[in-house]
Design a protein around this ligand. Structure first.
Ligand SMILES: Nc1ncnc2c1ncn2[C@@H]1O[C@H](COP(=O)(O)OP(=O)(O)OP(=O)(O)O)[C@@H](O)[C@H]1O
Length: 608
């Protein structure tokens, strides 16, 4: 880790003790660095119990890495996301919330869709409305119902309150049914993890007090992304007595409005509820002069270039087509790699110093092809997402695993029975003659699995797969996925002193073991959202045509949604430490075969 000298302003923040503070800071100004240094300093004080909350597992892992692994840090500091913090509380206190066993997380969108469909089916009124809809409208209906359910949870409302005066008032009844079905499966969804702990803190003063006393300081990163539920959770945790809380954020980087996030929770509510002192940081330590100047024009800011002024590169390329854009990106990468060094870049120019960013995952298709054609290695950056299997055997394994640890989980049991085309997964005869005969071995193996013998079970499974008559490509994929699972298990066991199979499954669902795989070699391809908080020496920002970035839906809606797209462009720009290449195609191939003419993103116009 490079040794850096904090500026006087940064040092002042690191030196802050008790009290409520809002650190408003622009991109690359060292927010995360300062927060981490402060946590480190406070953890060394006699009263240094700290709760540090981030928005991504990656950010939490980075803070943990910077803090080191001394016994003191391990004992005094909890670093995690809102979800992992709340999950750790639920695991201890679920009984107080009316669950006899710890509920399991249904993390997949597919699970939620299945649940809402069950809820619709169980109420004749909804069932008949739903059945009369065309397939496209059916999807819209389930989507709207799930949105309604999420909004109830994230906006800390009752279903009745949300339905009042809204055109979606019928969803109010589906909400209850959806929750009942979840409960009958002994399950919770992602939003419930935080909502339940908020409920626990508000209804159970003694438990809230216990947590208040467990920490002396709370520090939260990326606070522009707080939503109402998260903010209320913090407020309920603090109560009227706990006042040592530091929030760090940048309103210009607010990009999660679609999840109910708003910078106003930090800028307005926090300031008035906690009488927080505001401190600003507006120097940029990350980016080169060219990148800062371009970002300043984009956002109409006046961020200063500090210390070492590295010229860097900012360039906009207008491509005749998506293919031309991909060739520009890959051609430039080849030139940079061939040069091996550049005065603006520390050390050799290598794959791991290059990232390609886009608004959505669909813009990468051509670039991906071009990288493959040139044998340039690349990987997609994963966010908080849970592990997903695509081989049939590992999909079956996952479903068997879920049902084993949660016998009330009828949703996944049914999915497994449908997948295998059997009436009952507990009948070994049926399994042997099922669509996937190997399922019988998987089940036998899992029947007496425990966290202590899970490694052995995985190895046994490897030899079962190896000796199976799966077709070569499928066998390889299955074994790769099993190896991947094993890496996650190693990571989980490293992170947990009291491991359990249930705990392992929740850690997978929350993406807590994502850093386990060392697959991340080559050029990083990422959406801007996933790259938030991180940096790369050389960044290519592709697909900057209007309608793609900003997204056409935000263009249609305008207002705050369009502003968030601009913020997202700012996030993308400021991930670049030295070189930033921005490009867009003048035409795009539509899925139905026509080409559509495209123009430069409205955000880039002041830069050309
Ligand atoms: N005083 C300093 N001197 C030199 N480098 C610094 C200093 N402070 C921070 N940095 C470096 O600047 C970069 C940005 O820091 P950091 O990631 O903490 O910023 P941030 O404000 O959290 O960024 P963002 O909000 O854009 O994600 C990092 O590489 C960090 O090591």
């Amino acid at each position: 880790m490079q040794q850096i000298n904090l500026s006087p302003k940064q040092q002042e923040i690191v030196g802050l003790n008790e009290g409520a503070f809002l650190i408003l800071a622009s991109a690359g100004s060292g927010k995360t660095r300062v927060l981490t240094e402060r946590i480190k300093r406070l953890s060394e004080s006699p009263n240094g119990k700290i709760l540090a909350i981030t928005f991504t597992n990656k950010a939490a892992a980075e803070i943990r890495e910077r803090l080191g692994t001394s016994d003191r840090i391990k004992k005094n500091v909890f670093v995690g996301t809102f979800h992992s913090f709340c999950q750790s509380i639920l695991e201890l206190r679920f009984k107080l919330l009316g669950y006899s066993k710890m509920p399991h997380i249904f993390e997949d969108d597919a699970d939620r869709i299945e649940l809402i469909k069950q809820a619709i089916k169980s109420v004749p009124y909804f069932d008949s409305i739903y059945n009369d809809l065309e397939p496209k409208k059916k999807n819209q209906y389930t989507y709207n119902a799930l949105q309604f359910i999420s909004t109830v949870k994230r906006e800390v409302l009752t279903a009745e309150e949300l339905a009042e005066g809204s055109e979606n008032n019928e969803y109010e009844y589906l909400y209850e049914t959806y929750q009942d079905i979840l409960k009958s499966n002994n399950a919770i969804d992602f939003d419930d993890i935080i909502r339940l702990v908020y409920e626990l803190f508000t209804n159970n003063e003694s438990v809230a007090n216990l947590y208040r006393k467990s920490y002396s300081y709370i520090c939260i990163d990326e606070c522009q992304d707080l939503n109402k539920l998260q903010y209320y959770l913090l407020k309920s945790l603090c109560g009227n007595t706990f006042k040592s809380i530091m929030m760090v954020g940048d309103p210009n980087q607010a990009i999660y409005g679609f999840n109910g996030s708003a910078a106003s929770f930090m800028e307005e509510d926090f300031v008035s509820d906690f009488a927080a002192n505001k401190i600003t940081l507006d120097e940029n330590y990350r980016c080169s002069k060219s990148v800062i100047e371009a970002s300043n024009v984009l956002m109409n800011l006046e961020v200063e270039v500090v210390n070492f002024v590295i010229p860097g590169v900012f360039e906009i390329y207008e491509a005749s087509s998506e293919n031309d854009e991909a060739q520009f990106v890959v051609g430039t990468i080849k030139k940079l790699l061939k040069a091996t060094t550049h005065k603006d870049i520390e050390g050799d120019i290598t794959f791991d110093k290059i990232s390609i960013l886009g608004r959505n995952k669909y813009v990468f298709t051509q670039v991906e092809e071009e990288l493959r054609a040139e044998s340039i290695p690349f990987y997609y950056k994963s966010g908080n997402a849970s592990i997903k299997f695509s081989s049939a055997s590992m999909k079956a394994f996952d479903l068997f695993f879920r049902v084993k640890i949660n016998p009330l989980d009828k949703l996944h049991q049914k999915r497994l029975e449908d997948m295998l085309k059997v009436g009952d997964i507990n009948s070994s005869e049926e399994l042997k003659s099922s669509k996937l005969p190997i399922a019988s071995d998987i089940k036998c193996l899992l029947d007496n699995a425990s966290i202590d013998n899970f490694h052995i079970k995985i190895n046994e499974l490897k030899s079962i797969f190896n000796n199976s008559d799966l077709e070569d490509d499928e066998k390889k994929l299955t074994l790769d996925e099993l190896n991947d699972l094993e890496n996650h298990l190693v990571q989980y066991k490293k992170q947990n002193l009291k491991p359990s199979l249930d705990g392992f499954k929740s850690a997978l669902a929350l993406g807590l073991t994502n850093n386990s795989t060392n697959k991340e070699t080559g050029i990083c391809l990422s959406t801007v959202h996933t790259m938030k908080g991180q940096e790369s020496e050389i960044v290519f920002l592709i697909g900057m045509d209007d309608g793609t970035f900003p997204d056409f839906r935000a263009v249609n809606k305008g207002g705050e949604e369009l502003q968030q797209e601009k913020n997202n462009t700012y996030v993308a720009f400021t991930r670049a430490k030295r070189f930033l290449y921005v490009s867009y195609p003048k035409k795009r191939l539509m899925p139905w075969g026509d080409h559509k003419a495209k123009t430069i993103s409205r955000f880039l116009k002041p830069l050309v």
